[in-house]
Design a protein. Structure first.
Length: 416
């Protein structure tokens, strides 16, 4: 039995569950794009089995075998044997990163994320470079597809506390997320507005940093732990009833990835568990804790469709809370799209490292959206919104409106 790969060996039972049926092929974006077995969930599992039995070495596994994965975990939901691919594929990324190192661009990004001032300065310089050089030139220089950056972090513009309108029902810590902070703040502003209108006191820890998901997902557990510890202490000190983020990815990090990171350290494992108990996704918070009664200020009946974020669907299993919440709005009809729970192509670093393939997959999502006949699509993750909007702009023929649930609610209720 191999002892050279303890992070994978720890999850050998998950490898043993897989009976290589291939059902995962039907839901895996990267297999559908490549049609290569080694880039399917089943193929990756076979690679890990060979690694443990000693027939290959970690340096024999090309980086794209696991980098070329959106980490959507649709395979985990589809698997009849219940294989926890989330544990396996992250362990594989860590093993490969430990063995082969992390690429230069990723290393620079993760080192920057540890320092808020350095991150803010880097984003500001990136914004200036985009305006002066153009995004195409910047993409060639960095070898990554970078969304249009804000010149100033949105966190700097927010108050530390926002008082509830009327009777206070709860006190909520608000975790902004990097996409809202550095790219597009609309999901955050409207999320806060809806919360306060419905009776939540919103606390915004000003020293919050990246949740650590990018580092964690790329095998850099050391950086991810450093970021997580900073945020865990901040949120623990906030003295709140609930912790919420407008970004499903960040919410998933605190309820899923960060507890995994801390499980070998008793002190931080307890802290991570304590925080996890307070984390709730945005739609569930509004629906279940604020008991909303929305004013009827709509401009008439409207048909919408919903793209289900991978983190809300496959990591947290609460994607239908968005539907339950929006059905409380007067005159709103939900038209379901085909493959609503299939990844949009964002996949965090996947869309940056493989922009052409991400674009192809996002086109599939866009075509499913258009087929519903609606003009407004609700998306619970700012990263997904940025990815789909970017693809729409490149193609130039789509006129869909993409909105976070909070933005849609705020508009329908006349709160903007």
């Amino acid at each position: 039995m191999s002892t050279n790969y303890p992070d994978i060996e720890r999850h050998r039972a998950e490898l043993d569950k897989c009976f290589t049926c291939g059902i995962c092929h039907a839901v895996c974006p990267t297999y559908q794009l490549s049609r290569k077995e080694r880039l399917s969930p089943r193929g990756r599992i076979v690679l890990l089995r060979r690694l443990l039995d000693g027939s290959i070495d970690s340096q024999d596994i090309s980086g794209d075998a696991f980098d070329y994965c959106t980490l959507c975990y649709a395979c985990q939901t589809a698997c009849p044997a219940g294989v926890k691919t989330d544990l396996l594929f992250i362990a594989a990324r860590k093993t490969i990163a430990d063995s082969n190192g992390i690429s230069g661009i990723k290393r620079r990004i993760f080192d920057t994320l540890e320092n808020q001032k350095k991150t803010n300065s880097s984003v500001r310089l990136g914004s200036i470079a985009q305006k002066t050089l153009g995004n195409g030139v910047l993409q060639k220089l960095t070898k990554a597809d970078i969304p249009t950056l804000r010149p100033r972090p949105f966190l700097q513009e927010l108050q530390a506390e926002v008082q509830a309108d009327g009777e206070k029902k709860c006190r909520v810590a608000f975790f902004l997320g990097c996409v809202s902070n550095y790219v597009d703040e609309k999901a955050a502003t409207t999320s806060i507005e809806v919360l306060k209108r419905l009776g939540a006191e919103v606390v915004i820890p000003k020293a919050q940093v990246c949740c650590g998901a990018p580092a964690f997902n790329n095998g850099d557990f050391e950086t991810a732990r450093k970021l997580a510890i900073k945020n865990l202490h901040l949120l623990d000190d906030a003295n709140v009833d609930y912790i919420v983020s407008p970004d499903a990815t960040c919410g998933g990090a605190f309820s899923h990835e960060i507890p995994l990171l801390m499980e070998e350290n008793d002190e931080y494992a307890q802290l991570a568990y304590r925080i996890k108990q307070k984390v709730i996704d945005w739609s569930s918070l509004v629906l279940e804790k604020l008991n909303p009664i929305f004013p009827d200020k709509s401009s008439g009946p409207v048909d919408i469709s919903i793209h289900d974020s991978c983190h809300l669907t496959h990591a947290q299993g609460v994607h239908n809370k968005v539907r339950e919440l929006l059905k409380l709005l007067p005159d709103v009809n939900i038209v379901e799209m085909n493959e609503s729970t299939i990844c949009c192509g964002f996949g965090g670093s996947f869309s940056s490292l493989y922009p052409e393939d991400a674009h192809k997959w996002t086109m599939r999502k866009l075509n499913n959206m258009v087929a519903t006949g609606v003009t407004t699509v609700i998306i619970g993750s700012p990263g997904c919104i940025v990815q789909v909007k970017s693809t729409m702009e490149k193609d130039g023929k789509y006129s869909l409106q993409l909105k976070h649930p909070a933005e849609f609610i705020a508009e329908r209720c006349g709160w903007l």
